[in-house]
Ligand binder design. Sequence first.
Ligand code: SF4
Length: 237
Amino acid sequence: MLISAIQKFTMIDFPEKIACIIFTAGCNFRCGYCHNPEFVLPERIKKIKKSFIPIEAAYNFLKKRKGLLDGVVISGGEPTVLYDLPEFIEGIKKMGFLVKLDTNGNNPSMLKQLIEKKLIDYVAMDVKTSEGHYKKLVGEKVKRAYIKESINIIKTSNIPYEFRSTIIKQVHTKKILKNMAHLVSGAKKYVLQEFRPGETLDPVYGEYTGFSRKEMEDIAKDIFIPIVENVSIRSQK
Ligand code: SF4
């Protein structure tokens, strides 16, 4: 496991639960708009690896939080690139915590394994763009078939879930947004997230802009609500 950081407390990242967040390093995508390039690019990970948290220290932290937290969010980077993720989560489950996984959906076999072994209690999968635009936005390592397979695994699982998308004015055209909605057609929950400029993996994206709350509400109403049961917006505006 490559544990880059632990956020000790959150009331917003695991729906209806009080949780902490364990961040892992490493990712198989290269989203231009990624705000955490230091946890994605191997050459940058190498520079900060010494400050990473050993598994035992993470477990010790959790032992002290028993009874205080309901759950643990495992976020990235992309947690499923780490081969020992299932074993790590097993240790967390043994302590009695609920586990939420954040994933980009590019590893359906691990996702399936985690669900079948009842190692995760909630999953949030990013839907980055429409099927046809994935490679352009996230890089060569994406397999479109994997993305679709993960969506299907999640939709047909018995665990609570959400699909979510960070949407950017200069990237997510109306046509792309419509195709994204179709990609998750029939899903129970979809969250549209505001994009905030700042440091990004590809500096070009740092100049791009997010939609206003009103624009996101219109996108939800016109494009997603007719297709998805429950649509919400995460925006600070
Ligand atoms: S999936 Fe994209 S946004 Fe998420 S950590 Fe990887 S590169 Fe960054």
